[in-house]
Design a protein around this ligand. Structure first.
Ligand SMILES: O=c1ccn([C@@H]2O[C@H](COP(=O)(O)O)[C@@H](O)[C@H]2O)c(=O)[nH]1
Length: 641
């Protein structure tokens, strides 16, 4: 069914629903009992099973038109599939996968909502709300994994602004759906492989890794490579391009390649392992595309990395991935019940560091704002949850760009965040410059942050006595602590300001523990700034004293050479954000001074902050990509990659 037909029909459906709502609400059949709150609901066997039992999900008002019933049920079916997957992954503590699946489920429920009658739509909203709540807490927990970076082209019901452009020759939504399902399928298998790998590590901790484990690891890395392809693909094309433009051709190629990949996987030495995972975790490749996926002989993939390198071909060996030893272990160790199996394998076993790794650690500068470690390596060992998440985002999205979204209307701000989301690691805001601020705006920014996987940094530059900043941060009109992952402060008031903010973040009743971080403004970019010398020295000292909450600095250069009275901490790893980055200008008329992404990273920046250089040019998206590429190249060269 072409997307064109789908979107038109959807509008017709929406009209039908409205009239059915108004005229005959009683036709909707037995009203659904409102679902219990999230936690209870979470304990239900699965969301899909609970919901499918409800008669109202096949809306009576559509029964006169079988095609319309099918479209609505199709959407709901996908949403339920995702919800089920989300719950399984959540239970299994595979948080990144769960985050993705909850998110996709919520977007799909949002798309289907206009097709539903009022009672159903209320329930859907309630479900979405509880999932969003769960999402918010999970996204802070979610450790790095390729699943985190997935951007499925799930929007089978696209935003109204491009309905009009869709032509009959355009990409068929079934392909988007299929690609989404294939990704979901591979991603879920990857997560399951991770769980089993953890189990393996738990049971074989002191034994040399055997062939079985290697096999599992290589399978996992295959999925990661696939997921990278999707991320790249989604980063290059907007939804509109996917439907009408250049993206549609690539979609065909990507889908073909995925089908081949699954065919190859099914025929490779991993086949038995995949069957084992499918059975163990009760995963099904849904029937609508099961038939389409014919096992093909292994062949080289057509996808090329942007650097021109080809993916390695899959091993052709037919041998079983499960040695007799592993088979017996699984047979005896893994009980039938999934929850039991998962309970056995929740915690990844930390791997012992290699000699090479230890040498690198020793070579690392103490004040590591000019760190030679990769973001991924830093993510693994950083004690602060926000810093970990930041590095994970940078690593997975391959970007160290922070856009300073200094726009003055909410719509402009939200549009920019949505457009640039895929290319940035952090969105920096000055929420108080919005002419039309409403409390819902930060909420919507948070939704976008989840959608595109970026953090929010409110550049509030707190500068007052401790007692006041506590109220400004956690409370007040702006409720900054509830939506900003990162905030910053100046050191003008002295140590008390950092002490106060740290105390707030460590209070027992602070709801965002380990989900928030503070940056100290250690130098400034404006001409004649007084944030130098003693001020900068105290900034570094305070960061060391309150390193539980302080994750780094805003500064124009590495602070590794700052002499302080407080000794460097063991393994300290403060993150350096450098503002005043612009590729086209040296400064403005009001004293702002710029450097390029390259020079900023060479001077020690871990993250480069650019404002007008990106948002005030004719094509912010293309420009953001240029900043991303230059910033990333400079980073790779710094870490020797
Ligand atoms: O020393 C500093 C500290 C903060 N900023 C902030 O960064 C952006 C820069 O915007 P541009 O448009 O790229 O000049 C802005 O929000 C400042 O408040 C800074 O520039 N210098």
């Amino acid at each position: 069914m072409p997307l064109f037909a789908f979107s038109r029909r959807r509008r017709r459906d929406a009209n039908t629903v409205n009239s059915a709502r108004d005229a005959k609400p009683q036709q909707l059949g037995t009203p659904m009992t409102p679902l219990p709150p999230y936690r209870t609901h979470f304990r239900a066997k699965t969301f899909s099973e609970a919901s499918l039992r409800s008669p109202s999900l096949t809306c009576a008002s559509f029964q006169s038109d079988q095609t319309q019933v099918a479209s609505k049920s199709e959407l709901l079916g996908h949403a339920l599939h995702l919800a089920r997957l989300a719950v399984i992954l959540d239970r299994a503590k595979v948080y990144t996968g769960a985050v993705r699946a909850y998110y996709d489920c919520c977007s799909l429920l949002g798309s289907v909502e206009p097709l539903l009658a009022r009672v159903e739509s209320d329930i859907t909203q309630q479900i979405s709300k509880s999932y969003k709540k769960r999402l918010a807490s999970l996204s802070a927990l979610a450790p790095i994994s390729a699943g985190h970076t997935l951007q499925f082209p799930l929007n089978i019901s696209p935003a109204p602004d491009y309905h009009a452009d869709v032509s009959a020759e355009s990409v068929q939504p079934t392909q988007l759906i299929e690609l989404n399902h294939l990704c979901q399928f591979l991603c879920t298998l990857g997560h399951c492989a991770q769980i089993i790998r953890n189990l393996e590590a738990e049971t074989q901790e002191n034994q040399p890794k055997g062939r079985d484990c290697e096999s599992l690891l290589s399978l996992s890395s295959e999925f990661e490579k696939l997921q990278e392809d999707i991320t790249r693909f989604r980063a290059y094309y907007s939804n509109k391009e996917l439907v009408n433009g250049a993206g549609s051709n690539v979609l065909y190629v990507l889908l073909g390649s995925f089908r081949r990949k699954i065919g190859n996987l099914m025929n490779s030495k991993h086949k038995q392992l995949i069957m084992f995972l499918l059975a163990l975790f009760d995963i099904k490749l849904p029937s609508e595309y099961e038939a389409e996926i014919k096992p093909l002989p292994p062949q080289p993939l057509t996808i090329r990395k942007p650097d021109g390198r080809e993916r390695p071909e899959l091993p052709k060996s037919e041998q079983s991935p499960l040695t007799p030893g592993l088979k017996t272990k699984f047979a005896t160790k893994i009980p039938e019940d999934l929850r039991e199996a998962v309970r056995l394998a929740p915690v990844p076993i930390p791997r012992k560091s290699s000699k090479r790794q230890r040498n690198r650690d020793e070579a690392r500068p103490k004040m590591s704002s000019k760190s030679h470690l990769t973001y991924g390596e830093r993510a693994k060992q950083h004690p602060n949850g926000v810093a970990r998440k930041l590095f994970e985002i940078a690593e997975s999205k391959k970007t160290n760009v922070v856009v300073s979204a200094d726009l003055t209307t909410s719509q402009e701000l939200l549009n920019l965040a949505d457009e640039l989301g895929p290319y940035i690691a952090v969105l920096k805001t000055h929420i108080d410059i919005l002419d039309d601020f409403r409390p819902s705006i930060p909420e919507r920014l948070k939704d976008l942050a989840i959608k595109h996987n970026f953090l929010i940094f409110e550049d509030r530059k707190f500068v007052d006595i401790g007692n006041t900043v506590q109220k400004q941060y956690h409370g007040g009109a702006l409720q900054i602590s509830s939506w900003a992952d990162i905030v910053n402060c100046t050191m003008l008031p002295g140590e008390g300001i950092v002490q106060a903010l740290t105390e707030t973040a460590e209070r027992d009743d602070f709801p965002y523990k380990d989900e928030r971080g503070l940056l100290i403004l250690a130098t400034m970019t404006s001409k004649g700034s007084l944030a130098t010398g003693e001020y900068t020295k105290v900034s570094v000292e305070c960061a060391r004293k309150y390193s539980r909450f302080v994750i780094g600095f805003v500064a124009s250069r590495t602070l590794g050479d700052v002499e302080t009275d407080v000794a460097a901490l063991d393994n300290e790893d403060f993150v350096l954000f450098t503002t005043g980055v612009n590729m086209a200008s040296k400064g403005d008329k009001l004293g702002q001074q710029y450097q390029t992404p390259k020079s900023a990273v060479e001077s020690g920046a871990d993250f480069i902050i650019a404002g007008r250089g990106i948002y005030a040019v004719p094509n912010p998206v293309e420009t953001a990509k240029l900043y991303r590429d230059e910033g990333w190249k400079a980073y790779l060269s710094r870490v020797g990659k």
